[in-house]
Design a protein around this ligand. Structure first.
Ligand code: NAD
Length: 508
């Protein structure tokens, strides 16, 4: 989930919230936010977000009577913005008690944190925390009077890390961890590998609905918005190169092309390169031209990286760029553009806006670097609430599943969200579009080897991304018979995948 870029948060106050004495209108001081008086404004922001979050709101309504999280005591550590507030309030409505901290020192919407504190949620977060404040806030959520947490909802793995290191006895009593980010999931797999993970954890980052919406559709919308906000650029007629034609790259290409850009793609993977070319050719229009970056770098007006890799744009590339070229990154980390190589004495840096730098060469040529190579969309714009609704519904269901699972269903390991729940998250959002599913007939269900109520796809099937098992025999099986019900019914593949599943999977 992303920080919101509303520009409305007030962080001009010099006094640290830790030094202030604040109470909400019910007299509670079990929170630490920038300014509790901002709560009314924050409440309006939450109400606006709810309008665009149909799935999580539907889940709230459907499960409110059952209270599936009754008895859950959740430590939350995520971005704190209007959309996450909708999640926090949903979890409470479903019966959970929560304590919440921010997973990022800059992303908290102060007015939203105030609204949550006013509503009685122990929130410890403000925009512009120091590193020390950051850990103090998480600590306040983990270690409090009369409080033994039993679930963690993490985005980046910091709450998990702190509890494991500082409160190991408390960590042992945790029933489950739900982790949203690539980084946090990576840390969990490392813990599991080192046999240090003593509780079950669910990787919601790789659930299909989340991946599709977060990576493809959301990036498709936010690339344009963030470039416009930061540079006021006109897109029509511009030449753009998008590095990496995965989910994020596909989304970026589609919208840039839609606004009249000539789009080039760079790829290392021949399948993605072929997809790039075929993106439009079936409609009789040229697809995206696929070239190595070196061959197009002199002509392009905008460079977008979306590979998840490092040093994709090097100093050598930047030396060749033309005057005024915009350089930005959509990938997870700031390693894709070698920004460090621009910090040399002959180049001058000029800050022109809060997230925009001009880097000027001795001959006067300048390139426009956005957010110093960090994710442009999360830094310079906001993420659609609808996308967060999908992620939030996924997180809530993962918490419900881990909290209510009978003993033995999950061991101390990292799991993907069961496919059936992934499908349920999508179904929660269908009424928004007045979309109605086709029901399988008994005969069809038998033919495909499926249950009529789902899941409709095997766990390894990831709507475009195949999660490959490590076992060679299973790889062969999937390679030769993915979805070929005449030879191996999907249900059987699924069964055999599950048999071999523990620790066998590598994630692409
Ligand atoms: N900005 C956002 O809001 C957002 C959202 C989701 C994911 N992400 C991040 O974006 C990145 C890409 O995600 P994805 O889902 O598209 O991944 P992906 O694996 O589907 O796509 C990445 C593509 O880059 C290609 N690639 C790798 N190295 C390359 C190189 N040197 N040159 C050219 N192509 C190269 C790969 O072959 C692959 O096709 C990841 O870091 C991910 O964490 C960002």
């Amino acid at each position: 989930m992303s920080p919101s870029y509303t520009g409305s948060s007030s962080d001009e106050d010099d006094v640290s919230p830790r030094e202030k004495t604040q109470k909400n209108s019910k007299g509670s001081n079990d929170f630490c936010v920038r300014n509790i008086d901002l709560h009314a404004f924050g409440r309006r922001e939450i109400e606006i977000a709810e309008q665009e979050m149909p799935g999580i709101v539907a889940l709230r309504k459907r499960a409110a009577d059952d209270k599936p999280l009754k008895g859950a005591k959740i430590v939350g550590c995520t971005h704190i913005n209007a959309q996450t507030a909708v999640l926090v309030e949903t979890l409470a409505e479903l019966g959970a008690m929560v304590r919440w901290a921010a997973c990022n020192i800059y992303s908290t919407q102060n007015e939203v944190a105030a609204a949550l504190a006013e509503a009685g949620y122990p929130v410890f977060a403000w925009r512009g925390e120091t590193e020390e404040d950051f850990w103090w806030c998480i600590d306040r959520c983990v270690n409090a009077e009369n409080w033994q947490p039993n679930m963690i909802l993490d985005d980046g793995g910091d709450a998990t890390h702190l509890m494991l290191k500082k409160y190991p006895a408390m960590f042992k009593l945790i029933k489950g961890i739900v982790e949203e980010s690539v980084t946090g999931v990576h840390r969990l797999y490392q813990l599991s590998k080192a046999n240090k993970l003593t509780v079950p954890a669910m990787n919601v980052n790789d659930s299909v609905t989340k991946t599709k919406f977060d990576n493809l559709y959301s990036c498709k919308e936010s690339i344009i918005d963030s470039l416009k906000r930061s540079t006021d650029v006109m897109f029509g007629g511009k030449q753009v190169v998008v590095c990496g034609y995965g989910e994020v790259g596909k989304g970026c290409c589609q919208s840039l092309r839609g606004l009249g850009c000539v789009v080039y793609v760079t790829e290392i993977d021949p399948i993605c390169a072929l997809q790039a070319w075929y993106a439009f050719t079936l409609m009789g229009i040229d697809g995206y031209y696929v070239f190595p970056l070196n061959e197009v770098i002199r002509v392009v007006d905008i460079v977008v990286t979306a590979t998840g890799n490092k040093n994709v744009v090097t100093r050598e590339h930047m030396d060749k760029m033309k005057n005024g070229c915009i350089v930005c990154n959509m990938g997870h980390s700031n390693t894709e553009i070698d920004v460090g190589s621009l910090r040399t004495p002959e180049l001058t840096w000029e800050k022109v806006r809060s997230q925009v730098d001009h880097v000027i060469w001795p001959d006067g040529k300048r390139i426009i670097l956005i957010a110093e190579g960090r994710l442009i969309n999360l830094t310079c714009s906001s993420i659609p609430s609808f996308v967060v609704s999908i992620t939030a519904a996924t997180q809530a269901l993962a918490l419900i599943e881990l909290f209510n699972a009978p003993a033995g269903r999950y061991k101390a390991d990292v799991y993907l969200l069961p496919k059936k729940m992934d499908e349920y998250v999508a179904s929660l959002h269908l009424p928004t579009f007045d979309a109605h599913l086709t029901e399988l007939s008994d005969d069809q269900a038998k033919y495909l080897g499926l249950n009529k109520a789902g899941p409709f796809k095997p766990n390894y099937y990831s709507q475009g991304k195949l999660v490959m098992p490590k076992s060679k025999s299973l790889q062969m099986l999937l390679f030769y018979a993915p979805y070929d019900e005449r030879t191996v019914p999907p249900a059987e593949i699924l069964f055999r995948v599950e048999l071999e599943s523990k620790n066998l999977f590598e994630f692409k």
